[in-house]
Design a protein around this ligand. Structure first.
Ligand SMILES: CCCCCCCCCCCCCCCC(=O)SCCNC(=O)CCNC(=O)[C@H](O)C(C)(C)COP(=O)(O)OP(=O)(O)OC[C@H]1O[C@@H](n2cnc3c(N)ncnc32)[C@H](O)[C@@H]1OP(=O)(O)O
Length: 240
């Protein structure tokens, strides 16, 4: 039986409604056309509240949306993370890599958005360009269990990597994670909400140094801290 963090939609149509969609969507054109067409593709924004979000996550989300009103913070819709041009650019950088078969590629989707609503990674990100900071409000669902009742360290590492990755976007260009160091200080109860606060510390040529901490909603518990190194892909190089 599925478990969830908040009231779980009981029917398929309720689930679709929770995702913000119509009760029965039009026939899906198929992932190949949906994700990789050069035509304008409309993606659903998974970073908006849904019924699986706990009160804590909703409150924090509302607080940050308020901060967006004066333009200092920007809410990052999940749909911006999978832009066809960006996918094409990555392909051109890694021309010599063993090509993924088209039918496999057509099924690809962002790791953190590949779970049913409420079961995996529920999160929203906010970005402050002037301060070079990114904040991720994250609720890890029941399918992300590591030690019984607690979040898997790899799931947290994924969210740290994603948050730090978004933090590098102020430098523009395409980046890859080269190094990630995480100190796990206190386990995170499954289904609880944590705040990942990241900042850009230093840029040295193509190297971008970023760091973050992960705290409980009341800020009393430091769950983790981490540093990351992201490398801007060199247009002169084609990597294998
Ligand atoms: C406005 C709204 C927009 C929203 C927009 C959303 C965007 C949505 C974002 C999603 C965010 C997802 C975040 C997931 C991000 C992954 O999951 S990435 C996947 C995991 N990472 C990988 O697979 C990377 C594999 N590694 C590589 O491809 C290559 O090693 C790299 C990292 C590209 C570097 O290769 P390279 O360009 O040949 O670099 P290279 O010349 O060797 O080194 C450059 C410099 O970096 C140093 N360096 C390289 N590697 C290391 C290392 N590991 N440690 C220390 N130093 C290193 C070198 O020493 C060198 O230093 P200098 O000599 O210049 O001082």
């Amino acid at each position: 039986m599925l478990r969830s963090c908040a009231a779980r939609p009981r029917t398929l149509s309720a689930l679709r409604a929770a995702r913000g969609g119509a009760p029965r969507p039009a026939r899906d054109p198929g992932p190949a056309r949906r994700s990789f067409s050069t035509e304008k593709v409309i993606h659903k924004d998974h970073s908006l509240p849904n019924p699986s979000w706990s009160k804590d996550l909703r409150l924090l989300f509302d607080q940050f949306m308020k901060k967006c009103e004066d333009g200092s913070w920007k809410h990052l819709p999940s749909s911006e993370c999978k832009v066809p041009q960006r996918i094409h650019s990555f392909k051109t950088y890694f021309l010599d890599s063993k090509p993924v078969k088209e039918d496999q590629l057509s099924q690809a989707r962002p790791f953190t958005r590949s779970y049913e609503v409420g079961q995996g990674f529920e999160y929203a990100m906010f970005y402050n360009e002037d301060e070079k900071r990114t904040v991720c409000l994250f609720q890890g669902g029941p399918y992300l269990e590591g030690p019984p009742g607690f979040l898997h360290g790899g799931a947290l590492a994924t969210m740290i990597d994603t948050t730090l990755g978004v933090c590098t976007i102020s430098c523009m260009g395409l980046f890859m994670t080269a190094n990630l160091n995480i100190n796990f200080k206190s386990p995170i109860p499954l289904c609880s909400v944590v705040v990942i606060s990241s900042q850009l510390d230093k840029v040295e040529g193509r190297k971008v140094f970023v760091s973050c901490n992960v705290r409980s909603v009341d800020e009393k518990t430091l769950h983790s801290d981490a540093t990351g190194l992201f490398i801007k892909l060199d247009p002169e190089k084609s990597l294998t």
